[in-house]
Design a protein around this ligand. Sequence first.
Ligand code: PMT
Length: 405
Amino acid sequence: MSHALAGLRVLLGVSGGIAAYKGAELVRRLRDAGAQVRVVLTENAARFVTPLTFQALSGNPVRTSLWDESAEAAMGHIELARWADEVLIAPASADLIARLAQGQADELLTTLCLACAAPLSIAPAMNQQMWAHAATQANLVTLRARGVRVFGPGVGEQACGDVGSGRLLEPGEIVEALAATRAPRVLAGTRVLVTAGPTFEDIDPVRFIGNRSSGRMGFAIAAAARDAGAQVTLVAGPVNLSTPAGIERVDVRSAQQMHAAVLARAAGADVFISTAAVGDFRPASVASQKLKKTDRNSGLTLDLVQNPDILAEVADLPQRPFVVGFAAETHDVEAYARAKLERKNLDLIAANQVGEGCGFERDDNALLLIWPGGRQELATASKLTLARDLVAHIAHLRAARGAAA
Ligand code: PMT
């Protein structure tokens, strides 16, 4: 994981709930991302998890009470409030959310929240009924209106056996959400068009030619561009992913549909990022009925025709955006990527090795960025981390071009 939170001083508040145990993993993830962490447990949280666990993981003393005489001799809670660059409460229980909304200061964590000028983020965790309750939702409206950021909650099976909204986000997701709020707004005011996922080229009503792209790389790029301040449109092939908040999504199935969706929007975009694994070929005709196996020993020959090259067509537009292609290669990655950069007249290409255990269908990846006049390797990291680095790189190249113009 790259150091998305390098040097950031995070005050982590843990409130009482069964999800408090995930707070321990969260401390590790925050530190892996480069943050310094100090932890405050509410008294109820300390019934679920021990201060010692958090002390060992954070490398700092843990506070649980406003009435700790040794710490408070030096006005410890004010010192802590001044120390923090960010306050993050995870899990945030329904009770804690209610007390924050009321501005209470009857124990250490809520007192710190009042005394601290740093941004406050909460990751709620509670039973789905409590989450849906009008009182909780009204409290969240109040908190959001005050600028409190709310991460999640997730949907799924809960510790109490219920299924629904109210699960604490996974620690990695919470760290990503916090990192997103810190992302420099390097693409503010730009329109970014991203493609993601595979295309499916139908053979008959039940079969198609597809590929192993899950869409994760492209969705991460769309989220990173949004976090950098861009207005993002995501043209997605058939994938099983939820749309990142604040992004316009256009669903397509085939390369021809993707071609139409992209070409209708490309001229209005400032940046086009072609992450989709577009099928190069499609069956010359689609059978209207399921093809039947007539004879056990006979094969089947499919006539394939070439699909349009969406990326090359966008790069050929008279008023073209900044054009970023991808190259998915199993071997000779750099040589093939360089050839694509030149042949398709791109501003930047992101090359990745694909095959068993790399590239497709995974949460991590590694990229080699090549542009006319330079190259940079981005080592293995989560796709979101790589997406952020790619976005920063695009912004840098565009700015350099603007300065040279
Ligand atoms: O989706 P994931 O599981 O997260 O995996 C991510 C990924 C491996 C799919 C992604 O990182 C990636 O490499 N995407 C590009 C895949 C691809 O089709 O590469 P290519 O080398 O065949 O194509 C070169 C470029 O031309 C790509 O930008 C592609 O989008 C574009 N292209 C290709 C064919 C075509 N007909 N039209 C196109 O626009």
